[in-house]
Design a protein around this ligand. Structure first.
Ligand SMILES: [Mn+2]
Length: 338
């Protein structure tokens, strides 16, 4: 999760040359979506790199980011982010304000949406498309830039990485790098210039692969295997200190123990749910995320918890190792509902 650097955003949005703002998810799919968009804007709209600003956001920070955009007559793209239903009213108000200021707004996503919400937003902005594709980058590619071979390759990587398939060379490395602040901008630049895997990425790959055995072992040790009322086998895993992508580690644990799903504590106040490795398991994890105002896919979703002051203090005193009552409650809810 990326924290918004509000001062940096405000400063960068002052650039008078700015014609396009892209608000995209801070993961690999988000980077890929923005890169394909940038290629499209350069190739077909004649824009320069410095006329485009990319803001990396998440479902919980989108509203905040929109509030910072005081531009008029710009193109505004939102990619690989679904609406957080908790912020629905606020986001809709911001979209209306931005439209009144003469901006054009486009929203492209592949997460789970309420149909009514899509319809409501459709009436306000210029274009919204929500499709069930492996990646959002795939939609950007198909809709805007399908004649560009490089964009096609970027979309292949986004599919491979976002669906945890990892069939392509260095997909794993790219996923790990996309979580590092200093790499996000670099990857965006490289991708938009048509460079996906190069020597520098491969070098990082060697370093990252050295971590694999130890990190997988740690995750397996931390996994607490449990059963739900509906007889689903799952693991609760505290991955707050993990150095590799948490969704990937969760998958490794699920494969080892043949789980229906995993429940990952990614931060003291953030939990993700991932489908397990069992074949034909038709489990919908979204209701748990929705219960807490979160979202995502039926097979991978997440939410944030409101922690009590006591939990916050105990987290602080234990250097973030404390498992709070709120977290335990969420585990109980999953046991009951899934
Ligand atoms: Mn995505």
């Amino acid at each position: 999760m990326v924290k918004l650097n509000i001062e940096e955003i405000k400063r960068s949005l002052l650039n008078p040359k700015l014609k396009t703002i892209i608000l995209t998810h801070s993961d690999m799919d988000g980077i890929a979506s923005a890169a394909i968009l940038i290629r499209y804007l350069k190739l077909h709209r004649g824009l320069d790199y410095d006329e485009i600003k990319v803001l990396f956001v998440g479902p919980s920070t989108l509203l905040n980011a929109l509030q910072l955009v005081k531009k008029s007559n710009c193109g505004i793209y939102i990619t690989d982010i679904s609406i957080n239903e908790r912020h629905r009213r606020g986001i809709i108000n911001e979209l209306k304000r931005l439209k009144r200021n003469g901006n054009r707004i486009y929203w492209i996503d592949h997460h789970h949406w309420r149909e009514e919400t899509v319809k409501e937003i459709e009436k306000i902005i210029d274009w919204i498309t929500v499709k069930k594709t492996p990646s959002a980058a795939r939609i950007v590619y198909m809709a805007l830039n399908s004649s560009d071979e490089v964009s096609g390759r970027i979309a292949d990587y986004a599919d491979d990485i976002d669906s945890l398939t990892d069939r392509l060379e260095e997909s794993f490395t790219l996923r790990v790098l996309s979580f590092k602040n200093e790499w996000r901008e670099k990857l965006l630049r490289k991708f938009s210039e048509g460079v996906i895997v190069n020597g520098e990425v491969r070098e990082e790959g060697v370093k990252i692969r050295r971590l694999i055995d130890r990190e997988v072992e740690k995750a397996l040790k931390k996994a607490k295997i449990m059963w739900t009322k509906g007889k689903r086998k799952f693991a609760f895993i505290d991955l707050r200190e993990a150095k590799l992508p948490k969704s990937w580690l969760a998958r490794k644990v699920a494969e080892k123990y043949n789980l229906d799903f995993t429940m990952v504590l990614r931060k003291s106040n953030a939990i993700s749910l991932y489908i397990g490795s069992k074949k034909n398991s038709e489990i919908n994890l979204l209701p748990i995320a929705k219960h807490y105002g979160g979202g995502g896919h039926t097979f991978a979703c997440g939410f944030k918890l409101k922690l009590s002051l006591k939990s916050k203090i105990l987290n602080y005193l234990t250097f973030g190792r404390y498992i709070s009552g709120e977290v335990k409650e969420a585990v109980e809810l999953a046991k009951l509902k899934l």
